[in-house]
Design a protein around this ligand. Sequence first.
Ligand code: NOJ
Length: 556
Amino acid sequence: MSPVSPVGPVEETALAPAPEWWQSAVIYEVYPRSFADGDGDGVGDLAGLIARLPYIAALGVDGIWMTPFQPSPQVDQGYDVTDYCGMDPLFGTMEQFDTLLELAHALGLRILLDVVPNHCSSEHPLFQAALAAGPGSPEREMFHFVPGPLDMSDDGGGGSASGASDVPPNNWQSVFGGRAWSRANPGSATDTDWYLHLFSAGQPDWNWRNPAVGEYFDGVLRFWFDKGVDGLRIDVAHALFKADGLPDSPSTGGVVDGLRSNPQVSDQEDVHEVYRRWRALAEKYEPHRLLVGEVNLEPARAARYTRADEMQQAFAFAFVKLGWDPEAWAAVGNELEAARQLHGASPTWALENHDIVRTVTRFGGGELGSLRARAALVAMLGLPGPAYLYQGQELGLPEVDVPLESRMDPMWARGGVCRDGARVPLPWTEDAAQNFGFSLTGPPADPWLPQPAGWGANAIERQQQDPDSSLALVTKALEMRRLLWNDEVFGRNDGGTWRVEAGNLLICERSPEFFVAVAMGSESVRLPAGSVLLSAAPPAEDGWLQPNNAAWVLRA
Ligand code: NOJ
């Protein structure tokens, strides 16, 4: 069998249904405001994305996940939605979206959108209606409004001028820092309600215990599925339901992240019913629509969201956050494999997204970080199951230290970490006057986040000319992956077992014939016998892997 030539599809048997496209897909995450700016206002948009679609198609990915572009005050860069079925004029028009969808499909690219069901914008008409309708109204039942106690002290100590106490209904903390509650009507003596927001005060949480919320979102899903959108990435998918009665969390003492660590918010059993309903809805369409969850839980819990009648994919967050540590990779790999065996679905691999520090920087920065980021990417693309790439990852972009005065992230503003460093607009060319090619027309306005000096050294145009560039490596890896996936060895979605061999050589054994190896130590290591199909850097010596290199190996 030739390792790189396809030998035709795996034969179908009664026990092994034909693989679905998403089981092996690689999806490219587009953060629209930083991808390409078609109108020169310094913010990426649909015109830019449409113009640059051929670039994405040429990478060899199967589709695109677009982060939110719906109308929004942009408090959290679009994760605060006022109209789930609209288009923010900042990004373009719905006609442009329809064109994008059509062009993408013609290029063989599927389109996934972000749906944000945990919270909306405080400007959403239903939240505005709830504010106006007042305490106890059915409008307020769409969200979590809870009356606060009145301040009975004489001097109003700790209270407000209105006589309402400053003590929120419980001790939950916002993921972005600070408390997860704000007063509905801070100046009022009669309206003592607080509303819950797990993120910023501009992002009130929907009350999923009210069936009207579920019905509302069914309509949102239908709207996009009817349009022909191929799937949805579900934001904060594990947090829609809160524990009955909204009890205090035992775990918030000193902990800023009030979501993952809060058992009253995270992973409530009722949430699974939502995904069962959504999966049934997704399967009413032909082809079936894809649901991928942002389920930020440990592997065994996260895997429950990909049971056969729930979502098809959930990001493997334990993997997304790894540092350069072979024992941690092996432990997480085996944990994910155990979860796969329990519930069937492969982990959905990713190493970067718009919320996480870029791998080049996470793995050590500079040349060392670049080598490791390439190795990690090659390793990831060799693993069984779907994978996601984040725009700029294919270029080996480092995290940018965005100057304090230019930071836009609400998480930073509320005392959390700053995620802007992974969101800096892409460098397409070396032309600094055109925002390094990010702005297609000009003279352009400054980009919404500043690009650092020397950004052009990473430019796509430059990497396209360089056979040793990160872009060339990723394109080659994707091409080979596509060919091999039709092959009997690579195509089996059987999972893998992980171990660390002498010299910190990390191995993921996918099958008796094929393994992925990453040299994570400081010395070159000998590979188990086999032929190297692909490596992140050319092996310095036959049969050996130098430090910070990774390879796909077919056993001898
Ligand atoms: C996860 C998104 O990826 C992140 O960017 C956002 O701030 C939160 N969810 C809240 O929607």
